[in-house]
Structure formats: C-alpha cells, structure tokens
Write a protein that binds this ligand. Structure first.
Ligand SMILES: C[S@@+](CC[C@H](N)C(=O)[O-])C[C@H]1O[C@@H](n2cnc3c(N)ncnc32)[C@H](O)[C@@H]1O
Length: 473
C-alpha cells in the first residue's frame, strides 16, 4: 500500500504537466520534468483508482485538464515532448512563422458561441474577443472538432482534409499556419503522400501538390488539441484562442460529449480578449526570462502578457514560490520525511503548504484547474489530521473551481472516481471508518447546508452582475 500511495503522490501534480492541453489548451514542460511531476493518463488514473484505502492520496489527483493539443507527434517526428503531455502543439519546437499576414483578412467565424467573435489583434494574427460581459463559470464555447486524426503521424491530415465539406475546408484554410523547421514536411509529403510511380503528373504538378500538403499539415500542427487517448483535433473557433501566461478561459476536452468546452475562469469584460495558456506543468512557473524564450522557440511569438511584461519581479517571485510549493507537495505522501526543505514531513505541514499554494495561485491570477489540485491536497491533509469540517470546506472550494473550469457533465471523471464528487464520498467514508456512521451523517448534513448557503450567495452575486450589466447597457 505504501508503494501505491507513493506512486500515486507522484501524480498529484500531474496537472502541472497537463494544463497544456493547449488547450491548445491544456502546456509545455520539458521532457525532463516528466519524472519529477509525473503525468497522468486515464489509464494511469484507473490504476490509481484500484488502490483501496479509506483515503489515499490518489484521490487527490483530481480533475483532469487533459485536453491539450497533442504531443503525440513527438515519437514520429523527433520532438522531445513526452507522449501524453497536454501541449498545444506537438510539433512545437522551433516553429517559424509561415503566414502571420494571413490574418489581414478576418475570416467570418462560424462562431460556436454568440458571446465571442474573431478579431484581428496587432501582432497576434487573429484572436477571440468577448462581445458581452461574461461572468466566471460561463460555458462560452462547446465545439466539436472540425477535423480529427489519429495521432500517429502528421501525414494523416491530408486524407481527412480532402474529405471536408467546402464550408469546413474554407474554415480550415482560413486558419493560421506554421512550419516547424525541425520537421521535414517536404519529405513527409513526397514519401508518404505522393505516389512515386504516378507518371501522370509532371514535376511542376508534384511541387504544387507537395506545397498544398505542407500547408494543410502545418495548419493542423499549430492549431490542434490532444484528444485523449488517440486523436488530435482542430476547431474552427477554439483553435483561434491566443496564449496568455495569465489566461482567462480554460479548455476542457469532454470525451463522452465529444466536444471541447471553453469556460470563463475569470469575469470577462466586453471587448476583452479570451486567452488560454499554451504552457503546462512546471513550465507555467518558469520566470519570464525562461518562459518568453520557451514560447518563442515553440510557437514563434514574444509573449506580452501582464506576467511577461512585469518588470517589478513580483510575478517571477510568485512563480518561483509556486514551483517550490508544488514540487514539495508532489513529493509529499503518508510516509514523507523531510529530505528536502520543501517536502512537508507531516500532514499539518502539508496543509499549510497547500494553503500557501492556493493563496499564491490566486495572487498570480492562476486560479484555474491547478487550483482544484491544490484544494484536493489541502483537503486530504486536513482529513488526515481529522479536521473534518475544514476538509469538507476545502472540497467545496475545489468543487466550485471544478465547475467553473470543467462544467458539470463530468461522466469520465466520475467513472474514474476522480471528480470532486468522488472525493466527498471518500471523505464521508473515511469519517465513517474513523468516527462511526452517526458522525459521518452529521458532517454530510452540515456540508449540504453549507453548499446551499454558497449557492444562495452565488445566485445573489449573479443577480447583482446581471443588474449592473443591464444598467450599463
Ligand atoms: C493556435 S494559433 C492562435 C490563433 C492565431 N492567432 C490565429 O490568427 O488564428 C497560435 C498562434 O497564434 C499566435 N499567438 C498566440 N498567442 C500569442 C500571443 N500571446 N502573442 C503573439 N502571438 C500569439 C502565434 O503566432 C501562435 O503560433
């Protein structure tokens, strides 16, 4: 059991690796980081779920954000991104820009949402912008992929592209494209896609065809998301989301629904740009001096977000602290000894460290999916020291963040036993084992009441926001 718990702990911070799914949402930590923070696949979570204990830290490894664009080309095309990482672009290393100017004409967005529209943005091509006030927790877009391919090779884009309807082809053709110089698109096209024995084409025809295939492949490369477990997908609207190191929306690939959902993780004002993070895992916590070159190397742009332009050092200081806190909590388990100052050696110390992590994430504006995992660890530690009320309060906080990042249709997470709902169940079971049925029932009642109070407060706030918005109009 000790071994199971420890290996599970390795995954507590899998989300740190994940949020990339860049989305093109959900990150870009280097391959070397994988062993330190661990990554969790659905299969891995299922394994973790098998461990049987009243409360084990595997339950802490909560909500997946495994929606990020695929890393799966890595093996085929030689990038160093480990498979399964939620990176926005599997072909990321060393992109060079192919057609930034293509954004000069703004294509009509077949909007998957009436809350956003596509606009040109100076220096970024196009992006998605709010056309109304969008309160935190709003599901802004729910979109099926325009096209998806098996993540076994970029050459697989050509066939599905040719079969797109004219309308979908037009949406695809309007998208932004890069050619990563690290990938030899030309030889992929000539060896995998052109029949060398076809003598009906002359050399000029072949070159034209190859150029067209390269265009299609490079568009897919920069705009695709990782659809677990085996596909990559490109979205007419969602692939238009630009990056910020302080994002205001979260992308979640909801497998059972077959859609990518975009939720507002902050209150968004009319005309504000919607942004996701292309960075995941520890890469999010890099100081700007390292983050900026990393984004440039992988995506070909210089990030000008508020964190990257902060010259005061405050943002860098917080990210350094986040890295320290998160790494230590990742190493924490029921048997931790303080071999390193940042690894909590007791549950009380872990609780305090997780609280610091929560506060710092909020201060840095990273109050998105990472926060659910921080709450889960804090709740786990509180439960271990038998502070049941606090454990439940932290679980309710987690549940709220889960809702505003992922929504409520979480069939996959429930099936895997990693949704907050399952964590609540585990807390009650643990109380029952340790304190008896009656006490567990009392806590359940108490938590129900607190949930209702919270709901009433949320409702009042939503009414206030709606009233303020109608006054402004
Ligand atoms: C998935 S596309 C995003 C949509 C794209 N801007 C468009 O016009 O369709 C990714 C590309 O957008 C641009 N981009 C994304 N975020 C950016 C940012 N914060 N600053 C500048 N360019 C950015 C980069 O060129 C990047 O390679």
């Amino acid at each position: 059991m000790a071994e199971t718990q420890e290996s599970s702990l390795k995954h507590v911070y899998f989300f740190l690796e994940e949020q990339a799914a860049v989305s093109p949402s959900d990150g870009f930590a280097g391959a070397g980081e994988a062993s330190r923070y661990g990554t969790v696949t659905h299969a891995g979570l299922e394994e973790m779920q098998k461990a049987d204990s009243a409360v084990t830290i595997e339950q802490v490894a909560a909500s997946p954000s495994g929606d990020l664009p695929g890393a799966e080309y890595a093996s085929t095309y030689g990038t160093s991104i480990p498979s399964g990482k939620p990176e926005m672009n599997p072909l990321a290393p060393a992109f060079w820009m192919r057609k930034k100017e293509s954004a000069s004409s703004v294509p009509a967005l077949n909007a998957a949402s009436s809350l956003v529209e596509i606009r040109k943005v100076e220096g970024k091509g196009c992006g998605l912008f709010a056309v109304a006030s969008i309160p935190r927790g709003t599901m802004i877009i729910s979109e099926a992929p325009l096209m998806k391919i098996l993540n076994a090779g970029i050459h697989l884009t050509w066939g599905p592209y040719c079969r797109l309807s004219n309308q979908d082809k037009a949406a695809y053709d309007a998208m932004y494209g890069y050619q990563p110089p690290s990938i030899d698109f030309d030889s992929i096209a000539r060896t995998s896609l052109v029949d060398p024995f076809d003598d009906t084409m002359d050399g000029g025809d072949v070159d034209k065809l190859v150029a067209e295939q390269i265009r299609v492949m490079s568009t897919f490369a920069i705009n695709s998301f990782n659809l677990q477990p085996h596909h990559l997908g490109i979205y007419a609207s969602i692939s238009r989301l630009n990056h910020s190191c302080v994002p205001n929306v979260h992308s979640f690939i909801n497998g059972p629904l077959g859609v990518n959902t975009i939720y507002a993780t902050k209150d968004i004002l009319p005309n504000e740009e919607l942004t996701i993070t292309y960075l995941g895992g520890r890469a999010s916590y890099l100081p700007r001096s390292k983050r900026i070159p990393e984004l440039h190397r992988k995506f070909g742009f210089i990030c000008q977000c508020s964190a990257c332009t902060d010259q005061t050092g405050a943002s860098d200081g917080r990210r350094e602290l986040l890295d320290y806190l998160a790494w230590g909590l990742n190493e924490y388990n029921d048997h931790s000894t303080a071999t390193d100052a940042c690894i909590p050696a007791s549950h009380a110390a872990a609780l305090s460290q997780a609280e610091d992590l929560i506060i710092t994430l909020k201060q840095e504006g990273l109050d998105t999916i990472e926060l659910t995992k921080a709450y889960r660890i804090a709740s786990y530690a509180a439960l271990k020291i038998k502070n049941y009320e606090y454990a439940l309060q932290l679980a309710r906080e987690e549940s709220e963040v889960e809702k505003y990042c992922l929504g409520t249709d979480l069939r996959d997470l429930r099936r895997l036993g990693i949704a907050t709902e399952s964590w609540f169940k585990r807390i009650y079971e643990t109380i029952e084992v340790w304190e008896g049925k009656e006490v567990a029932r009392e806590y359940q009642e108490l938590s129900k009441k607190e949930k209702q109070k919270k709901k009433a407060r949320r409702y009042k706030k939503a009414k206030r926001v709606a009233a303020a918005a109608s006054c402004a109009e």
